[in-house]
Design a protein. Structure first.
Ligand code: SF4
Length: 318
């Protein structure tokens, strides 16, 4: 018996969706942004690809009034905070980030009362309300620079405890009080899987995202954000790499480095939320102008301050 083909596997249907999206984009003068963890077909149709920081910057620089943000909720929200005059659409309303949900204003205020005087650095993987309650934001690309830029010795860092640990190793003269959050995708990787991948690919360099557990980071040749990994691969004379982050990244790495080889250490390196966005949802989003992400003005202005402060640190350190 022949199995029923899913619509994602149906090439004619996918071709028709691509045509429809291009037409809608033209009609509405919209642009599509996609995170490096998105599905291959979503990455292919995007006008801009990047990590959180690159996409936040791209939104401020593009001319279009309508932006379809293929990523998770906090990313679209960040884009809206920076660009309130633009319409930011998140194709799948349910695409969230479990790590971002691990911190809220109440938990953050509790930390602040426990460590009075310590400024709050919040990872961009957080809600607008948490950003508004923080002193400065950071992404995985600039987290070390952001914490280094602060004159205070003691710092509160939320929500990612693994990223906080990594910053602590880079800045031992600071004292970081970390939140309890973590990325379930990056925590899913086991030591055995990494050891096995290294055995199978003895020539390959191991790259990992700082959201991975510290014991895994200790085994790496390179630690950085997805944009950092792209740069590392571009400059490296090596030909093989084990990619310690969400599997979507491998699609982009292969596309931009066709002569190099990339391996995922685990079948489980998949962020379910990032995979919710499909071509069908992008077409639906553009056609019906859903789901718009907006932040109320009072929160937006405060959150914007934390983001602007982050952007200025990046410029200073460039
Ligand atoms: S990969 Fe992790 S941090 Fe990124 S969106 Fe998914 S759950 Fe959140």
């Amino acid at each position: 018996m022949v199995g029923k083909m899913s619509r994602i596997e149906d090439k004619d249907y996918q071709r028709e969706l691509r045509r429809k999206i291009k037409q809608l984009k033209q009609e509405k003068q919209a642009v599509i942004l996609a995170h490096n963890y998105e599905r291959p077909e979503v990455q292919e149709i995007a006008d801009f690809l990047g990590d959180s920081l690159e996409l936040s910057r791209a939104v401020t620089e593009i001319d279009a009034k309508i932006v379809v943000f293929c990523g998770v909720h906090f990313m679209a929200e960040t884009a809206s905070i920076l660009n309130p005059e633009k319409t930011i659409l998140l194709p799948v309303k349910e695409a969230g980030c479990p790590m971002a949900d691990m911190i809220n204003v109440k938990k953050l205020r509790d930390l602040k009362s426990r460590y009075p005087g310590a400024p709050v650095v919040c990872y961009v993987n957080s809600s607008a309300q948490v950003k508004a309650e923080s002193d400065i934001c950071c992404t995985s690309s600039n987290a070390v620079e952001v914490v280094r830029s602060l004159s205070e010795k003691e710092i509160i860092f939320v929500p990612d405890r693994n990223l906080a640990d990594y910053i602590q190793t880079q800045l031992p003269h600071k004292k970081i009080f970390a939140g309890e959050g973590y990325c379930p995708t990056h925590m899913r990787i086991s030591d055995e899987e990494i050891i096995q991948a290294k055995k199978e690919h003895p020539e390959a360099l191991l790259m990992a995202h700082p959201e991975c557990p510290p014991r895994l980071l200790a085994l790496t040749d390179y630690i950085g954000s997805t944009s950092g990994m792209l740069e590392f691969v571009r400059k490296s004379p090596a030909h093989e790499f084990i990619v310690g982050t969400e599997k979507g990244m491998i699609f982009r790495l292969r596309r931009e480095n066709p002569n190099k080889k990339f391996f995922s250490p685990s079948e489980h390196f998949v962020c379910a939320d990032m995979k919710l966005t499909t071509l069908g949802w992008i077409a639906h989003s553009l056609e019906n102008m859903v789901h718009e992400v907006k932040v109320n003005d009072r929160i937006r202005k405060k959150a914007r301050k934390s983001l602007d402060r982050m952007m200025s640190v990046k410029k200073v350190n460039k």
